[in-house]
Design a protein around this ligand. Structure first.
Ligand code: PLP
Length: 371
């Protein structure tokens, strides 16, 4: 089996810990355990037995996750190592060589990459900047065929930070229901909506939805490596069978912490912190874009920890990003990794001072070296 390099992750793995200004992250600046847990919780953490636990996730944690959705229980949930493992298990469970899927792009291209690797035909339907990053539903209908197994969407979106409108969500559900196919949503940025209205999960809108989520992005806890899938009982069982072959279980320490942070009051506090950081940073970014409007423009993000900037300079995005890294020690992601040259992705979840200094250096670089 051949698999295409996951360029986005490769660039980050190689360089994010080596630069002075890492503005390539998509989540919110992470907590440390001292900030996150009370003294009593930290004491309780010391008592956690470092066994295997449940291979589909502890009963308590699956119950806490199920409570985030309507009418679901622990059997509708499998706990995974990050939402990355959830996406992987989803592909391995629901798709076969020869199937077709429809992927909305731009997107985090993990499902796209795995599906192609196992011989699934991947059709792309564009989210359109001129429609506020909504899809043209006629294009979606035209892409459907009798072999289409699944439509997959990422909302809030990576890389644009856009949200599907309630109307688009309803329309996607209607289209998937009419075709009687699975609708998958990667919702790992959900809860980080800047307007404070958490959007409904596709799992609450459609029986045949399967949803990926986790603690890495809106919840600002990527180091726990906790994610999950929520779906129908037989699908979740299938994913569990495959998890026995991959990682067996998640970490007992992480599951313990995850169950604390998913209790409603604590989850609300964490999401409030995320939104506070993101709102301030998006305002900062917006001011910077106004000051550099001759070179950059952006449909500002509505959620999540990143913005997708369009630039007006005669340079390829990978070249621009490489030069910024080598000449000014700033890391961003090039639009090329999303198949959209002429753009760069910039993280807006970093501490404000870091973002401000990184943006100042970025403006100085392009004005001195590129334009
Ligand atoms: C949309 C999306 N899904 C999944 C992941 C994987 O994240 P994790 O495994 O940390 O939950 C990412 C990471 O950037 C992402 O952006």
């Amino acid at each position: 089996m051949e698999i295409r390099e996951f360029e986005l992750e490769r660039i980050q793995s190689l360089y994010e810990n080596r630069v002075e200004y890492n503005l390539s992250d998509s989540g919110v600046h992470p907590y440390n355990l001292r900030e996150l847990l009370t003294a009593t919780e930290r004491e309780a953490l010391l008592e956690v037995e470092l066994g295997y636990g449940w291979t589909n996730g502890s009963v308590e944690l699956r119950r806490s996750i199920a409570a985030l959705y309507e009418g679901r229980d622990g059997d509708n949930v499998i706990v995974t190592n990050g939402s990355a493992e959830a996406n992987f298990l989803l592909v391995m469970t629901l798709l076969q060589p020869g199937d077709e899927i429809i992927v909305f792009v731009p997107n985090y291209l993990q499902i796209w990459g795995w599906a192609k690797a196992i011989g699934v035909e991947v059709k792309e339907v564009a989210l359109r900047a001129e429609l506020g990053w909504q899809p043209d539903l006629d294009e979606l209908r035209a892409a459907l065929s009798s072999r289409t197994k699944m439509i997959t969407v990422c909302t809030p979106n990576n890389p644009t930070g856009s949200l599907l409108t309630d109307e688009t969500q309803a329309a996607l559900v209607a289209i998937a229901a009419e075709a009687d196919i699975t609708l998958h949503a990667d919702e790992v940025y959900k809860g980080a909506e800047l307007d404070g209205r958490e959007r409904r999960s596709f799992a609450d809108l459609y029986d045949k939805a399967i949803v990926t989520n986790g603690l890495s992005k809106a919840m600002a806890l990527p180091g726990l490596r906790i994610g999950w899938l929520v779906g129908q009982v037989d699908e979740i069982y299938g994913a569990w069978q495959r998890k026995d072959y991959t990682s067996i279980t998640t970490s007992a320490v992480s599951e313990f912490v995850a169950d604390i942070v998913l209790q409603p009051a604590r989850r609300a506090e964490i999401l409030e912190r995320s939104r506070r950081i993101l709102r301030a940073n998006v305002e900062l970014l917006s001011g910077w874009i106004d000051a550099n409007a001759d070179l950059f423009s952006c449909v500002l993000p509505q959620a999540g920890g990143m913005a997708f900037l369009r630039y007006n300079m005669p340079v390829n995005s990978s070249e621009l990003v490489t030069r910024m890294r080598l000449e000014r020690s700033i890391l961003l992601l090039p639009g090329d990794v999303y198949g959209l040259d002429g753009h760069i992705r910039i993280g807006v979840g970093a501490p404000a001072g870091h973002l401000e200094a990184g943006l100042a250096r970025l403006a100085e670089f392009v004005r001195a070296e590129i334009v």
